[in-house]
Write a protein that binds this ligand. Structure first.
Ligand code: HEM
Length: 141
């Protein structure tokens, strides 16, 4: 069912949190890296941000994505609902749902590149589980 979430704690949440802490420590603001990756993979999406000269919208969106990840691996109180709402909002301004769902993978790939050798098999497993969970439940409808 679309809006329900597995009530069990997300496994390896601490591994995801630690990887995000390392990301912040190494690059500070990862916004340019994530969007460079997105626009390389989905060039059509760049035009949607043409009014965002300062990068404030991109930064705010990414901040909300990180908050969503932290809720999803933590309290799980609102992440699934926000994802469904944003998937529909984004479709209205030209982001196909299938593309919307790719954003978490862009974040994961950015973390992987920045962590380099600190991206371990355990980190990969934790992020894969997160991407599978997010894409399988709230984003698949
Ligand atoms: C490839 C995937 C995505 C693309 C291309 C995309 C694109 C956009 C664009 C163009 C805007 C600006 C809309 C406007 O104000 O005109 C926006 C805003 C926003 N997006 Fe995304 N989005 C994606 C994925 C996501 C995801 C996964 C989330 C999950 C939370 C999200 C959350 C938001 C939020 C909260 C805003 C509003 C930011 C603000 O306060 O201005 N987006 N997105």
């Amino acid at each position: 069912m679309l809006l329900s979430m597995d009530p069990r704690p997300f496994p390896h949440a601490d591994v995801i949190t630690a990887s995000l802490a390392l990301l912040a420590e190494r690059v500070g603001d990862p916004t340019p890296l994530v969007y460079a990756r997105l626009f390389a993979a989905q060039p059509d999406m760049a035009a949607l941000f043409c009014n965002d000269a300062s990068g404030a919208v991109r930064g705010e969106m990414l901040a909300r994505v990180f908050d969503t990840i932290l809720d999803y691996i933590g309290e799980r109180s609102w992440a699934a609902h926000l994802l469904v709402a944003e998937r529909d909002n984004h479709a209205a301004y030209g982001v196909p749902p299938a593309v919307f769902a790719t954003f978490f993978g862009m974040v994961a790939a950015t973390v992987r590149d920045v962590l380099g050798p600190d991206w371990t098999a355990e980190t990969a497993m934790a992020w894969d589980a997160l991407l599978d969970a997010v894409e399988a439940a709230p984003l698949s409808a």
